[in-house]
Design a protein around this ligand. Structure first.
Ligand code: 4NP
Length: 151
């Protein structure tokens, strides 16, 4: 199962998802998986994650080292599951998906049992927005691992 986490800039929410997933799968006996993150936009291409996001992640023991890249055509062949952080990213992915792609595109919050249906964009808000992103993603990722990776 290969998973791609996608947001608008690939500097806040999707690198956080990748970092949280990375830490949580360390506890599994087998880790037969590929996981990355990417952006629907190219505005932050090759930038590291936003330092506010990195600081918030570090507070919970997560680390992200990825750099931003845009979703590309190959991703729709490589990844089994492409998880969008919000409706805007979801619609953009559906529009870009080639006809022969077998990738499943979903909103990551389909896995959440919290009240959120999207992961809110923290970029223009205060520091509490970054903590909320982490809480929502932890909840989704626990359930993703239970559903797809529990041996
Ligand atoms: P992300 O957050 O999509 O979670 O990486 C954003 C990053 C940058 C911008 C918006 C959202 N921006 O407008 O530059």
């Amino acid at each position: 199962m290969k998973i791609l986490f996608v947001c608008l800039g690939n500097i806040c929410r999707s690198p956080a998802a990748e970092a949280i997933f990375h830490k949580k799968i360390q506890d599994l006996s087998e880790q037969p998986t590929v996981y990355e993150s990417a952006a629907t936009s190219n505005h932050h291409n090759d930038e590291p994650a936003d330092e506010r996001m990195r600081a918030a992640l570090a507070g919970y023991g997560y680390e992200t080292i990825s750099r931003s890249r845009q979703v590309c055509r190959d991703d729709f062949q490589t990844f089994d599951l492409i998880l969008a952080m919000d409706q805007q990213n979801y619609r953009s992915l559906i529009r870009s998906k080639p006809e022969d792609s077998l990738s499943k595109i979903k909103l990551i919050c389909e896995y959440s049992d919290m009240e959120y249906t999207e992961v809110p964009d923290p970029y223009y808000g205060g520091s509490e927005g970054f903590d909320i992103v982490i809480k929502i993603l932890e909840n989704c990722i626990d359930r993703i691992i239970n559903e797809h990776f529990n041996q």
